[in-house]
Design a protein around this ligand. Structure first.
Ligand SMILES: *[C@@H]1O[C@H](CO)[C@@H](O)[C@H](O)[C@H]1NC(C)=O
Ligand SMILES: *[C@@H]1O[C@H](CO)[C@@H](O)[C@H](O)[C@H]1NC(C)=O
Ligand SMILES: *[C@@H]1O[C@H](CO)[C@@H](O)[C@H](O)[C@H]1NC(C)=O
Length: 223
């Protein structure tokens, strides 16, 4: 092999390595402990978004852990940063490579396949800005965003708002038979279209809620 060919080969190997690094796109890290982050699971990977690392409010970090390897030496990996630092945001996974993250009243989308964030629009009736709300996504790709608080102005919400992920349009749901205002609860979308809200802090009494309440997303689907 002459010198020229040798150099070409090294060059190709370099380019190849470069592409592998880019396509994997993830750097191993030892993340700081944190609260107020949010997460989704897909394909044996736990993705964690934002949160408050100890002593700091908000981070733009996206990290993941391969949960099939738990129990073996297994690093967290750093992925692309969220476009902004978030704390107490919400994430939902559409089952098809896209994670939607809602922070205050803005929705960001993350493509798991190419590790890229992209903005969504905000058409329709955009909900009032809030934190510590909760979100679920239904089979049709609608996100249901409920409750939360605006800490600054001490407003506590019990309105349900939906965001259509195919048109990026917000709609106001309804407060008909809605649970009382609350924040910091969790929610689960049941197969029959009901959304179950569990726990949280009551907006008027500030007491911790120890029961679950359901809302029917099919009834609350006003446009
Ligand atoms: C998943 O997303 C891809 C690319 O955005 C799209 O072409 C495909 O139709 C989607 N599949 C389903 C089942 O929604
Ligand atoms: C996500 O990335 C994959 C791979 O680049 C691409 O094929 C797909 O269309 C992207 N999906 C969306 C919704 O942009
Ligand atoms: C509370 O409302 C004010 C005024 O609308 C807004 O500037 C602020 O960002 C809100 N805070 C949260 C946490 O939503």
């Amino acid at each position: 092999m002459n010198l020229f060919r040798k150099n070409c080969l090294s060059c190709l190997i370099l380019i190849f390595t470069f592409f592998i690094t880019i396509s994997n796109g993830a750097t191993p890290i030892a993340p700081a402990g944190r609260s107020y982050s949010c997460s989704v699971i897909n394909d044996n990977k736990l993705y964690v978004f934002g949160g408050d690392p100890f002593g700091i409010i908000g981070t733009p970090q996206t990290i993941y852990l391969d949960i099939s390897l738990i129990g073996t030496p297994n690093p967290w990996y750093l992925l692309s940063d969220i476009p902004i630092s978030v704390s107490a945001a919400n994430t939902v996974f559409n089952g098809n490579n896209t994670v939607f993250l809602i922070f205050f009243n803005t929705v960001y989308a993350y493509n798991i396949s190419n590790n890229q964030w992209y903005p969504t629009g905000s058409n329709g009736i955009v909900p009032q800005t809030r934190t510590q709300a909760t979100a679920v996504i239904d089979k049709s790709g609608k996100i249901w965003y409920f409750g939360g608080t605006n800490g600054t102005t001490r407003i506590y919400f019990n309105d349900i708002n939906s965001f259509d992920t195919s048109t990026y349009t917000w709609s106001f749901g309804s407060t008909l038979n809605a649970p009382t205002s609350r924040f910091s609860m969790v929610s689960i979308m049941l197969p029959n279209g009901e959304i179950l809200y569990i726990g949280g802090v009551d907006g008027s009494t500030r007491s911790h809620i120890n029961m679950a309440q359901a809302i029917d997303s099919l009834i609350h689907c006003h446009n």
